[in-house]
Structure formats: structure tokens, C-alpha cells
Design a protein around this ligand. Structure first.
Ligand code: ZN
Length: 75
């Protein structure tokens, strides 16, 4: 009888610790949104607000910063 190999849970990347930054999306008007963080990181200017939101979430997950609530702020 064949058995499935066990998952190696030790191979996962460590969970980043909060570096103290808070990331938010600034809505600069129609078709212009950008994500920026209080840790100094700044995302690209995006035509779609959703793309800037995605930048913010990816930065929060990779660098351990928090996401602001609400995420999108009027400039
Ligand atoms: Zn940050």
C-alpha cells in the first residue's frame, strides 16, 4: 500500500514580524492610485485602484507591515 509523503511544514517561510509600518492606498483621482507605507515604501502609480490595493496587500504580507483601515484614503 502506497502512502502519501508527509508535508514538510518546516519548509515554509517564516511569518514576518510587524515592522511598525502602516500601508494605505491614496486615491489621487480617477485612474490614479498609489500605495504607500509609513515605513518608507511606495508603490507604483496605478490606473486601477484595485491594483494599488493589491500592491498594498503584497507589501504588508512580504514586509510585515499593517494595512490601514480603511485601506483607501482620499488624498
Ligand atoms: Zn511598510
Amino acid at each position: 500500500m502506497a502512502t502519501a509523503p508527509l508535508l514538510d511544514i518546516g519548509a515554509h517561510a517564516p511569518v514576518p514580524v510587524n515592522t511598525g509600518g502602516i500601508v494605505a492606498v491614496h486615491n489621487l483621482g480617477f485612474g490614479r492610485s498609489t500605495a504607500s507605507c509609513s515605513c518608507g515604501w511606495a508603490g507604483r502609480r496605478r490606473h486601477l485602484k484595485a491594483a494599488a490595493e493589491q500592491d498594498a496587500w503584497v507589501h504588508a504580507m512580504r514586509d510585515g507591515c499593517d494595512v490601514s483601515c480603511p485601506l483607501v484614503l482620499a488624498w
